[in-house]
Ligand binder design. Structure first.
Ligand SMILES: [Zn+2]
Length: 159
């Protein structure tokens, strides 16, 4: 797969923490399907959304993914800004349930499934960040990330 030059730059490589993690994640087929379909329908623009589930025994259990509007229309091919009203709506709905918002997914059109410096700036501790790589309108890869213990870099989370 073609990897844009910037993904090999020092700035991009500095975003990644290569050490291994004890964290895992598990997605329902429905959640994976929602993310894949959203990425394909939105191509060539970045799409984003929230993950509903719970964190237990060092594992993010994701039962549902919901697409939320990407408010960044200026640079929609490589930036996303999740609509805060979408967040509030889901948060309100989950308030009396056992479920929580535990992550944010987004797509990388024609780019690898690796986080960018901008993704790092916007990341929250304790959240899981699946990135869906999509080339020519077809999803090729999904990698899942979380901030390291110092919140300075992303670490890959294995399924
Ligand atoms: Zn990104």
């Amino acid at each position: 797969m073609h990897e844009p030059e910037r993904f090999r730059s020092a700035e991009y490589l500095a975003v990644l923490d290569q050490s291994s993690t004890n964290y895992h994640c598990s997605f329902t087929a429905a959640a994976l399907d929602t993310m894949r379909k959203a990425a394909e329908a939105g191509y060539p623009y970045e799409i984003c959304g929230l993950l509903i589930g719970k964190f237990e025994n060092n594992t993010w259990l994701i039962k549902e993914a919901r697409q939320v509007e990407n408010l960044n229309t200026e640079r929609a091919s490589d930036r996303f800004q999740l609509d805060p009203s979408g967040y509030q709506e889901i948060d309100r709905e989950l308030r009396k349930s056992e479920w929580e918002i535990i992550g944010v997914f987004h797509s990388h059109p024609d780019c690898p499934a690796k986080p960018s410096p901008t993704d790092l700036e916007n990341a929250w501790e304790g959240f899981i960040y699946p990135i869906i790589s999509i080339y020519h309108g077809k999803v090729t890869k999904q990698l899942n990330w979380t901030l390291n213990e110092h919140a300075t870099q992303f670490k890959a989370v294995t399924n």
